[in-house]
Design a protein around this ligand. Structure first.
Ligand code: NAD
Length: 451
């Protein structure tokens, strides 16, 4: 089989996983012939890694030359790893120029651009693959298996809460993610992973969304209300507290962002308590599904620990998945807390929350039992490797239906987009009203369970 010719579109942080896959494990199936990236330092960073792995240097193009690149380099497939709001125009242009597309989540950030992708796919008949790595995490696959096997019967409701800690969660408030026009906010940028999981776990489509939430912790106004003032605009200065990111401490971040900012002014380390944040950090949703099931979902982005809890109620019992990805963010030596701890009543000292995962199933009239989860130590419990195999070798037959197509991408963002509209209006929003044709048919499917 001849190798497929790939081009990377957007060569920042996420691009590395694909560059390593194409130049490493999948070099018999794929070759990286071009990189489309406006920032010359970031483009060079990735080109150098391709060359260091023993492959020919891909040619670098700017975004205006995307079509030229696809034509001149005879690109079969582009891998889009640009900022979320840029996905849709890059997808549409790539399809029209004759390439298939692999795109990072989220597919896009609003209804009109999702409709434009739908039109371009209809027009060109080309393929768009969206990479939902969370499906491949063994623990998430295990929950799907339990539900798919009918162990808990028909799903009647899901209770799902996800907490991002003050290390990972804070990072969404430093760069483009903090602006809704660029990321769709956490409901689209982050929670699309979670909504995809629910859609896939319960094999149904969202129909109606009601959301509530706001920015209550990060941002200048919240900080000022808590007595936090006069903060430096960015983390790269000599000082440092637990919320600052000093790019000089990490060679990769320095090379990708600090050394590159002279070309485009892209600041990676803005203060999480600064001005200009337009996304929420606390969110709650109620989602009705076409099957008749209900989802209650919450997201918090300033938790002291990170992980998630999901409980799935069914007509025969209940499954509960609990995951602690990081038990605590402890203040490093040399970093001082933002608020003087002596000003806060000391609580009892505790022990560290153990990290790990547990899937419990309990059927009516029976004792609970734990379902074993087979995990490797690699990225996302081995999920990233499984995902890359599906992307580069082809999905094959998967009894758990993990490979996702663009429709799954749309269904996942539909919840977040409808949620954003609900936040604006204070009203529930019908997914069928987002202007995306196939969603109207999805939502019209007859409920499988009562009411
Ligand atoms: N699945 C996951 O777990 C996961 C994890 C991280 C990021 N992501 C996704 O990957 C994507 C990239 O995230 P990132 O953290 O690498 O962002 P990034 O900002 O580090 O990289 C984006 C790159 O796109 C470039 N760019 C800007 N305008 C462009 C244009 N018009 N055409 C092409 N490139 C352009 C930027 O210069 C930058 O190098 C996002 O959509 C993000 O949601 C997914």
């Amino acid at each position: 089989m001849s190798r497929r010719r790939y081009a990377l579109v957007g060569a920042g942080h996420r691009a590395q996983m694909y560059v390593e896959a194409i130049t490493g494990r999948y070099s018999d199936e794929a070759e990286l012939v071009a990189v489309c990236e406006p920032n010359p330092v970031r483009a060079r960073y990735h080109v150098d890694r391709v060359v260091a792995s023993g492959h020919a240097a891909p040619t670098v193009y700017g975004p205006d030359d995307l079509e030229t690149m696809i034509r001149d380099e005879r690109v079969d497939r582009v891998v889009i790893c640009a900022r979320d709001d840029l996905h849709a125009p890059l997808i549409v242009r790539s399809l029209d120029a004759g390439a298939d597309v692999v795109v990072e989540k989220p597919l896009t950030i609003d209804g009109p651009s999702a409709a434009a992708i739908e039109d371009a796919i209809d027009r060109t008949g080309r393929e768009v693959v969206i990479t939902f790595n969370y499906r491949y995490s063994p623990r998430n696959s295990a929950l799907r298996q339990v539900i798919q096997d009918g162990t808990i019967g028909e799903v009647t409701s899901v209770d799902f809460s996800w907490v991002l800690d003050t290390k990972h969660g804070a990072d969404y408030f430093r760069r483009w993610h903090r602006e809704k026009e660029h990321s769709g906010g956490l409901l689209v940028h982050k929670a699309s992973h979670h909504f995809d999981l629910v859609n896939w776990w319960i094999r149904s489509a969202p129909r109606r969304v009601f959301a509530s939430g706001g920015l209550r912790f990060y941002g200048a106004a919240n900080a000022a209300a808590r007595g936090i003032h006069d903060r430096p605009a960015r983390g790269t200065h000599d000082g440092g507290d637990a919320f600052e990111l000093d790019l000089r401490d990490d060679a990769r971040l320095k090379a990708l962002y600090l050394d590159a900012e002279q070309h485009d002014g892209y600041l990676r380390d803005r203060d999480v308590f600064g001005d200009g944040i337009t996304i929420e950090d606390n969110l709650a949703l109620v989602v009705d599904y076409a099957s008749g099931a209900t989802l209650s979902y919450s997201l918090n982005a300033h938790s002291p620990w990170e992980g998630y809890r999901v409980a799935v109620n069914g007509t025969h019992g209940r499954a509960e998945l609990e995951v602690v990805e990081r038990g605590a963010v402890l203040a490093d030596e040399g970093l001082h807390p933002v608020i003087d701890p002596s000003a806060v009543d000391a609580g009892p000292s505790g022990s560290l929350r153990p990290e790990g995962e547990r899937l419990l199933v309990q059927r009516h009239w029976e004792a609970a039992y734990e379902v074993p989860i087979t995990s490797t130590g690699d990225g996302h419990g081995g999920g990233d490797a499984l995902l890359l195999a599906d992307v580069f070798e082809g999905p094959g037959e998967d009894p758990l239906s993990r490979p996702a197509d663009w429709r799954d991408g749309v269904r996942s963002i539909a919840v977040g987009i409808a949620g954003n509209r609900s936040l604006e209006t204070g009203l529930p929003v019908q997914v069928a009203d987002l202007g995306i044709r196939f969603l109207a048919a999805d939502g019209a499917a007859a409920p499988r369970i009562g009411s």
